[in-house]
Ligand binder design. Structure first.
Ligand code: NAP
Length: 328
């Protein structure tokens, strides 16, 4: 019997062709993300799950998937996966680190500049035909160069953001739970979270979404930040309490926000955040370049190929787990 691979969205490039070489494909090709009931029904016969960040992989799903040998998430973040539940069933979980780091770091810098320099308002101004003359005081923003950048989560992407910030002569401070050997080399000062909030002119969130980081940016965090500060989120939407963010942006507690990720996601077109001039929101484009998305798609295929061959995955979040023994 060939392996069956449940693919929850159409991946770019030749990933699907490569998957077809590994087994029989069951592709969800709907306009919206695969509905939960459909996912639960289709996973019953799957040997591999090629998943995306909106697919919740939990006990319920795993109980419905007696044959599942591997979960391969086409993302570096894996907050959609209950890793302990997979480990308990000897199912390795693959993800796609490194290949997207630089692209996401570019996005963070872009959002920081766009939000701090009010590009969203500028675009609206032009589109609304308000641009009638050059005005010396039109849409003043806040400088990025020579400012203090606070990076929350100094891992692969956080480090890549710090490297870019050096080119803008920024002072960079960062926070993560452990000391980073890269910090000293890059001239980055590691500080605790309250100090980072108090000192930063611009803050970028680059932590994974965990129980600890859920709503890390709440009312208290916003009241500890400079009222002119820019908040950039390229992590996951739920690291920020969206209601508190709307209020902080409305009340002038925070200067501006540049968001690649939101909670909820997708953000409905009539969401209050989108009515705020100082919120610059893009639809989770962090890793969205052809080269990077192809690399991620192929990485996720490599993880499935390795699992089928009984090898260690190219990148796994539960090393040493598997192969699962399945009664035929
Ligand atoms: P990474 O290398 O694992 O870095 C994460 C960093 O966060 C680590 O330095 C970690 O250090 C720190 N951290 C974890 N929990 C923390 C906490 N409670 N407080 C402070 N720091 C904490 O991951 P990465 O590759 O840089 O990716 C980071 C995240 O970005 C992913 O998990 C994903 O959610 C998101 N992402 C988004 C996009 C997008 O398209 N927008 C694309 C890729 C990734 P310690 O363990 O020492 O604390």
């Amino acid at each position: 019997m060939p392996y069956r691979i449940l693919v929850t969205y159409r991946p770019p490039g030749d990933a699907l062709t490569r998957l077809a070489d590994l087994g029989e494909i069951d592709l969800w090709d709907g306009e919206e993300a695969i509905p939960r009931a459909e996912l639960l029904a289709r996973v019953t016969t799957a040997d591999a799950l090629y998943s995306m960040l909106t697919d919740r992989i939990d006990d319920e799903l795993l109980d419905a998937a007696p044959k599942l040998l591997v979960v391969s998430n086409m993302a570096v973040g894996y907050d959609n996966v209950d890793v302990a539940a997979c480990t308990a069933r000897s199912i390795p979980v693959g993800h796609t680190p490194d290949v997207l780091t630089d692209t996401v770091a570019d996005t963070a810098i872009g959002l920081m500049i766009a939000a701090a320099r009010r590009f969203g308002e500028g675009i609206d101004y032009v589109r609304q035909d308000k641009w009638k003359k050059w005005e010396p005081e039109l849409l003043w923003g806040n400088d990025v160069h020579n400012a203090t950048l606070g990076i929350v989560g100094f891992g692969r992407i956080g480090v890549a953001i710090a490297q870019r910030a050096a080119g803008f002569s920024m002072r960079v401070i960062a926070t993560s739970r452990r000391r980073s050997s890269r910090a000293e080399v890059l001239g980055v000062t590691q500080v605790d979270f309250p100090e980072l909030l108090a000192r930063s002119d611009h803050v970028v969130i680059a932590v994974p979404l965990t129980q600890e980081t859920h709503h890390m940016f709440d009312e208290n965090a916003f009241s500890a930040m400079k009222p002119t500060a820019t908040l950039v989120n390229i992590s996951r939407g739920a690291t920020v309490d969206t209601d508190a963010l709307v209020k902080a942006l409305q009340d002038g507690q925070l200067g501006a926000a540049g968001l690649d990720v939101t909670d909820p996601e997708p953000l409905p077109g009539d969401h209050p955040l989108l009515a705020l001039p100082n919120a610059f929101v893009i639809p989770h484009l962090g890793s969205s370049t052809a080269r990077t998305r192809h690399a991620m798609a192929n990485f996720a295929v490599d993880n499935i190929a390795a699992a089928f061959e009984g090898r260690a995955l190219r990148a796994t979040v539960n090393p040493g787990v598997g192969p699962r023994r399945v009664d035929s």
